[in-house]
Design a protein around this ligand. Structure first.
Ligand code: F0G
Length: 485
C-alpha cells in the first residue's frame, strides 16, 4: 500500500485526497452565531489577528505553530534533556539538521524572525541591497531596520493570479545578473525563499536554484535559503520537475540545501514544532554570526527554545521528508482550489503550499486597493463562516516616506492549511461558504485604519468598515440560511 497522499479515485469517479493519518487527540471547536461573530470582528478592529480562538470555528490564519504534531514527536518531548549548556537534546537536533539539511554548524533561535534578526544584523549595512525571489514581511522588516533594501526578482508573470507556471517562485536569472552588475559591491547575500509565501506559497524549481547558486558563486556572494516551507517546495519539485520524479523528498531536500551557503528556518512551520535555526558548513559565516545568539536568544545549545521543543523539532525534521506528511496540506489545498475554480471563485493557480489563496481584487473589484480589499475579504469571510484567514495584501505592506500606502502587488486572502489538522468535510464547508460569499460579493465594502502601528502594522492594527456593509451581509446571511449557524 502506497504511503503517498496522492488522490485516490473513488468508484464514483471522484478523486479524493485521502488522509494517511488517524486522529487520536482532538480539540473541541465552537461556531458562534453570525451576530456574535459581528460583535467579535468589530471588537477585533476587522483584523483577524485580534480574534480569540473561542470566536473562531476553523483557524486558517497560519500554519505557524499550528501543524498537528505526531505521536513520535510527543513521545520524544517526554525524554528531553534539561540543561542550560551541552544538552543531549541539542545534539539530537544537530544530528537531525545534519541528516536532513546536510549542514553541521547550527545556531539555534527561538523562531524564524530571530534568525532573520541575526542574519540582518550580521551582514546588512546601510545602503546594502538584498536580491531575493520575493520578500516575506518579517525578512523585509529586519533588512530595513538595518538600513538595507530588498529587490524582488521573480519573473514578471509570477504575480499573475491565474497561471499554469509550475514554478512561480523562480528567480529571473537575467534580472539577478542585472541587479548584481548594478549593485554587486552592495550585496551582502542573495536570498531564496522556498514555497514563496506572499505570492501564494509558490515553489521554485531545483534547476532554478542551481542557476541562482552558480551566479552567486561566480560573484562570491553567499546564497541564503529561507527553508521555513522547504518541505512543500521539495514535494512540488518531485511532482512537477521531470528530473526529480523518481528522487525521494529527502534527497531533493538535501540537494536544495547543498546549493545554499546558509539555510535558516522557522521550526513553527518546517518541523511542526517551535523554534528555528540558522545552519551552514562555512566556519567564516558561522563565526560572524554566533556572538549574537547568546545576546538575543540564549546559550548556543538552546537558543531560546525549551528542550522539549528541540526534541520535537528533531523528530519533525525527519518527518518532513515523508511524502505522506509533507504532501497532505498541498493535496487538500489542490482539492479546494480546483473546486473553487470550477465555481468561478478567483483563486491563485497553480495551487501552492501553505494555503488556498483567494484573489481579493478579482473577488471585490469594486473595493479600491486603498480600502484594503484583502482585509475586507478576510473580515467578511470570518463574519459569514467563522473561518479565520489572513490578509496578505496592502494591510501587510508598509507606507512610503510620504505616508502613502505602498500598494501590494497582489491582494490575497490566505486560508492556511496547517498539516493534518482539518478534515475534508471542513474543507467542503470552506468551499460552500466562500461560494455563497462570492454570490453576495457586491455587498462587501472597504476598510480604513483607526489605529496603525508604525512597523508590521498588520499584526496589531485596527480598522473599521467604510459603510454599514457588515450589517447588510448579516441580513443576507439570515435571509438565505435562516437560523442555521
Ligand atoms: N520566513 C517565512 C517564509 C515565513 O513564512 C515565516 C513565517 C518566517 C520566515 C518567520 O518565521 O514566524 O517563526 O518568526 N511565517 C508565518 C506565516 C508567520 O503565517 O506565514 P517566524
Amino acid at each position: 500500500m502506497s504511503e503517498s497522499p496522492k488522490t485516490i479515485r473513488f468508484f464514483s469517479g471522484e478523486n479524493i485526497p485521502l488522509e494517511m493519518h488517524k486522529v487520536r487527540i482532538v480539540q473541541k471547536l465552537f461556531l458562534p452565531p453570525i451576530e456574535e461573530r459581528l460583535t467579535a470582528v468589530r471588537r477585533a478592529g476587522f483584523n483577524t489577528f485580534l480574534l480569540n480562538t473561542r470566536e473562531v470555528y476553523l483557524d486558517m490564519l497560519t500554519d505557524s505553530g499550528t501543524n498537528a504534531m505526531s505521536d513520535m514527536q510527543l513521545g520524544a518531548m517526554m525524554q528531553a534533556d534539561d540543561a542550560y549548556a551541552g544538552s543531549q537534546s541539542f545534539e539530537r537536533m544537530q544530528k537531525a539538521i545534519e541528516d536532513v539539511f546536510g549542514k553541521r554548524l547550527i545556531l539555534p533561535v527561538h523562531q524564524g524572525r530571530a534568525a532573520e534578526n541575526i542574519l540582518a544584523q550580521s551582514f546588512v549595512k546601510p545602503g546594502n541591497v538584498i536580491p531575493m525571489n520575493y520578500h516575506f514581511t518579517t525578512t523585509l522588516a529586519h533588512i530595513q531596520v538595518n538600513g538595507g533594501k530588498v529587490v524582488e526578482l521573480v519573473h514578471d508573470n509570477a504575480l499573475q493570479i491565474k497561471s499554469d507556471n509550475p514554478f512561480k517562485g523562480n528567480m529571473d536569472i537575467a534580472k539577478l545578473r542585472a541587479a548584481l552588475a548594478k549593485e554587486g559591491k552592495n550585496v551582502p547575500f542573495i536570498r531564496m525563499e522556498a514555497s514563496t509565501n506572499l505570492i501564494g506559497g509558490q515553489p521554485f524549481s531545483l534547476a532554478n536554484l542551481r542557476d541562482v547558486a552558480k551566479v552567486a558563486r561566480e560573484h562570491k556572494i553567499p546564497l541564503v535559503l529561507d527553508a521555513s516551507l522547504i518541505g512543500e517546495n521539495a514535494y512540488f519539485i518531485k511532482l512537477r520537475e521531470k528530473e526529480f520524479r523518481n528522487t525521494s523528498v529527502a534527497d531533493i531536500l538535501s540537494e536544495m540545501c547543498e546549493q545554499a551557503d546558509i539555510v535558516y528556518f522557522s521550526s513553527r512551520k518546517v518541523s511542526s514544532s517551535r523554534g528555528g535555526a540558522i545552519c551552514t558548513n562555512r566556519t567564516d559565516l558561522f563565526d560572524h554570526m554566533k556572538a549574537l545568539v547568546p545576546l538575543y536568544e540564549g546559550f548556543l545549545t538552546y537558543g531560546g527554545m525549551s528542550v522539549r521543543e528541540i526534541e520535537a523539532m528533531a523528530v519533525g525534521l525527519h518527518e518532513t521528508t515523508d511524502e505522506s506528511v509533507i504532501g497532505q496540506s498541498p493535496s487538500f489545498i489542490a482539492y479546494l482550489v480546483e473546486r473553487l475554480e470550477k465555481l468561478g471563485v478567483p483563486v491563485v493557480t497553480p495551487a501552492g503550499g501553505l494555503g488556498c489563496h483567494v484573489d481579493a481584487m478579482g473577488f471585490l473589484p469594486h473595493v479600491p486597493q486603498t480600502e484594503y480589499p484583502a482585509g475586507a475579504l478576510a473580515a467578511a469571510f470570518y463574519l459569514i463562516s467563522g473561518v479565520r484567514g489572513m490578509e496578505r495584501g496592502t494591510v501587510s505592506s508598509i507606507r512610503d516616506e510620504n505616508g502613502n500606502d505602498v500598494l501590494a502587488d497582489v491582494e490575497l486572502l490566505r486560508l492556511a492549511f496547517p498539516r493534518r489538522v482539518f478534515t475534508l468535510s471542513q474543507v467542503k464547508y470552506v468551499e460552500d461558504r466562500l461560494h455563497w460569499l462570492y454570490t453576495k460579493r457586491h455587498l462587501v465594502g472597504g476598510l480604513r485604519f483607526v489605529e496603525e502601528p508604525p512597523v508590521l502594522r498588520f499584526f496589531m492594527g485596527r480598522m473599521e468598515a467604510t459603510s454599514d456593509w457588515p450589517e447588510k451581509l448579516v441580513k443576507a446571511f439570515r435571509a438565505d440560511f435562516g437560523d442555521s449557524l
